[in-house]
Design a protein around this ligand. Structure first.
Ligand SMILES: C[S+](C)CC[C@H](N)C(=O)O
Ligand SMILES: N[C@@H](CCS)C(=O)O
Ligand SMILES: [Zn+2]
Length: 334
């Protein structure tokens, strides 16, 4: 594990808390993300809401917040009529908004008589090529016959360079659905000699494989071989599969494991909406988070359709205290 993460996990008592659904909470605050850029559209239209969402997750107890760049891509911004410099500027803005929120929040907790939070880390999000395609392929892993690893590297290269140079503590590759993209990312981290530690998280729809149907073990072997990858895991995967996935990962890797599942609802990539399915709320996350920690996860949070109340429950379950309540009490006593 990279030093900075190791320190945080230790300070957090053995398991750090990741934030929850970023886009989900952005929508809850009134943002319209029915857009080819999805949540990244708000970098253009509503940056203040992005910062507000980060603040809400920090207040809920997140030790790691993930930037708004999941679907922020240079080709996506260019297609919107922006210039290259403007597109790169928005990528940097996504990291700066998260850093600003982290720094402001941390400063405010230090004025409290008994600070109860950790200084959070900022992870710069990089969604898969499938997220950019916006056709649901981050949950199928099917990119068609014309997509090769080199093309994926070229797609990710400049965004990775720009985000890494914007000052995040971590890079978070999220919902990677197939082995080819995992391989491309590991090669790219080496080729560009990225110094910011990374996590690479897969998506799964059956709990036994990546979304593509490829084996976790094969993909983890690729990640295990890279010193640039500090953390491996799964995100945006139904919660009921997570415990089994952690146990499988423990057999296949010595790297730290991050899990941040969605609510269990299923994304319909064509209709662009979440379909009802077995849905897990904050009460289930409370119980499950403890089991995930016991199974060997070092970082635990939530993904799509989870909210600050989910993360407050996870934080309380893992750290044994209700941070929201303590925070309220300490602010009252100032
Ligand atoms: C994590 S999914 C719900 C993100 C949205 C998707 N890439 C789309 O644009 O349709
Ligand atoms: N960090 C992204 C992940 C989407 S799968 C978000 O929470 O919106
Ligand atoms: Zn998600």
């Amino acid at each position: 594990m990279a030093g900075v993460v190791e320190e945080l996990v230790k300070k957090a008592g053995g398991c750090a808390v990741i934030d929850g659904g970023f886009a989900t909470q952005l929508e809850a605050l009134g943002a319209d993300i029915n857009d080819s850029l999805w949540s990244a559209a708000c970098l253009i239209t509503k940056p203040h809401l992005i910062k507000e969402v980060h603040m809400q997750y920090l207040e809920a107890g997140a030790d790691v917040i993930i930037s708004s760049s999941y679907q922020a891509t240079i080709p996506g911004f260019l297609a919107r009529g922006l210039r290259q410099e403007e597109a790169e500027g928005l990528l940097r803005t996504s990291v700066h908004l998260a850093l600003e929120a982290r720094d402001e929040f941390w400063k405010s907790t230090l004025t409290k008589p008994k600070p109860i939070y950790n200084r959070a880390l900022v992870a710069a999000s990089i969604g898969s090529y499938g997220a950019f395609l916006a056709d649901g392929s981050e949950y199928s892993g099917s990119y068609g016959d014309n997509i090769m690893a080199e093309k994926l590297k070229d797609f990710h290269r400049r965004r990775l360079q720009v985000l890494a140079s914007a000052g995040p503590d971590l890079i978070a590759f999220e919902a990677i659905p197939n082995k080819m993209e995992a391989q491309a990312l590991v090669e790219l981290l080496e080729e560009e000699d990225i110094q910011v530690p990374s996590w690479i998280c897969f998506s799964s729809v059956d709990g036994k494989h990546l979304c593509s149907g490829e084996s976790f073990g094969d993909c983890l072997q690729i990640l295990n071989a890279s010193e640039k990858v500090a953390i491996v895991g799964v995100n945006c995967t139904p919660p009921q599969f997570i415990e089994g996935i952690i146990r499988e990962f423990k057999k296949q890797t010595g790297k730290a494991i991050a899990v941040y599942p969605n609510s269990g609802e299923v994304w319909d990539g064509r209709a662009k909406r979440w379909l009802p399915a077995e849905c897990f709320g904050r009460k289930s996350f409370d119980v499950m988070a403890r089991r995930w920690q016991e199974a060997g996860a070092s970082l635990i949070g939530g993904c799509c359709r989870t909210t600050p109340s989910t993360i407050r429950a996870v934080s309380k379950a893992l750290k044994g205290r209700d941070r929201a309540l303590i925070s309220l009490e300490s602010s009252e006593s100032v």
